[in-house]
Design a protein around this ligand. Structure first.
Ligand SMILES: NC(=O)c1ccc[n+]([C@@H]2O[C@H](COP(=O)([O-])OP(=O)(O)OC[C@H]3O[C@@H](n4cnc5c(N)ncnc54)[C@H](OP(=O)(O)O)[C@@H]3O)[C@@H](O)[C@H]2O)c1
Length: 252
């Protein structure tokens, strides 16, 4: 699949999955706009636009879309990847402030990116693909992850709504559970206690066995979903296939 010259925006690309996907898509010849609160993994360059911003800041996200459009023209693919997992604890111990902060990033951040991209697609000719990074935790409860499960379930439903609303305007939207990738987020899971997260041992065992998807594998899955007619899914809610034998290794 030739994706050279296509443009992608990736939020949350300073480390972890977003950074790995940004590297892979840039290496495939795409023009890439990346952002994070700290320094994005790709430096500014001929095919790279890099911005430091908080996805909870609606105006900053709208400016990112504008800048990417001005620099590269039509944005073909927008990936709302930025996200946090914590607080990890039973809901009774989660403060209102921590819950607010979580939702500000995981839900409002996805809303801001989605809205900016919808407006971009409506201002130009041609199809746009929106991939909102969700999680298996959107689709079943985890003891100790009430904020994360709730925000990712909301991302799934938000994506289904926008898919309905914008299909006729040329936007295809999916909420994608990417699999398990060994990032800082996974390290945070393994560092929690059984009191705060009942399934912690299962995640520690996965680390011992090295059962992870790589960011490269996820990037190929996202590209196929976006651009390969044979891999297109009719469903809005998607789970990426696991690698044939989950590969030891970590995302950047
Ligand atoms: N790892 C997994 O196994 C897994 C499984 C299912 C779903 N996911 C989802 O995949 C996505 C990436 O996760 P990850 O594992 O790569 O996590 P990670 O290693 O913690 O990286 C998160 C990324 O998001 C950025 N970010 C966080 N808050 C932000 C904000 N307010 N504004 C802008 N950027 C922000 C971080 O950069 P800064 O801190 O520099 O802002 C970082 O680049 C998340 O949506 C996560 O829920 C991950």
């Amino acid at each position: 699949m030739d994706v050279r010259g296509r443009t992608v925006v990736i939020t949350g690309a300073s480390r972890g999955l977003g950074a790995g996907v940004a590297h892979a898509m840039h290496a495939a010849g795409m023009r890439v706009a990346v952002c994070a609160r700290t320094t994005p993994a790709l430096p500014e360059g001929e095919r790279v636009l890099a911005r430091q911003l908080d996805v909870a800041d609606a105006e900053a996200v709208a400016r990112l879309a504008e800048a990417a459009g001005e620099r590269f023209g039509a944005i073909d693919l927008w990936i709302n990847n930025a996200g946090v997992l914590g607080p990890i604890a039973p809901l009774r111990s989660v403060s209102a402030e921590a819950f607010d902060e979580h939702v500000r990033i995981n839900l409002h951040g996805v809303f801001h990116g989605t809205r900016a991209f919808v407006h971009h697609v409506r201002q130009r000719e041609g199809e746009g693909v929106l991939l909102n990074i969700s999680s298996g935790a959107a689709r079943r409860p985890y003891h100790g992850w009430s904020a994360y499960c709730a925000s990712k379930a909301a991302v799934d439903r938000l994506t289904e709504c926008v898919a309905l609303e914008e299909r006729a305007a040329g936007l295809r939207a999916h909420a994608v559970a990417p699999g398990v990738i060994d990032t800082d987020m996974q390290a945070m899971i393994r560092a929690s206690t059984a009191e705060n997260f009942a399934e912690v041992e299962r995640f520690r065992a996965r680390k011992r066995e090295g059962r992870f998807a790589t960011a490269e594998h996820v990037a190929q899955g996202l590209l196929a979903l976006a651009f390969d007619p044979k891999a297109r899914a009719d469903e809005v809610i998607v789970t990426l296939p696991e690698p044939p034998a989950s590969t030891p290794g970590s995302a950047r």
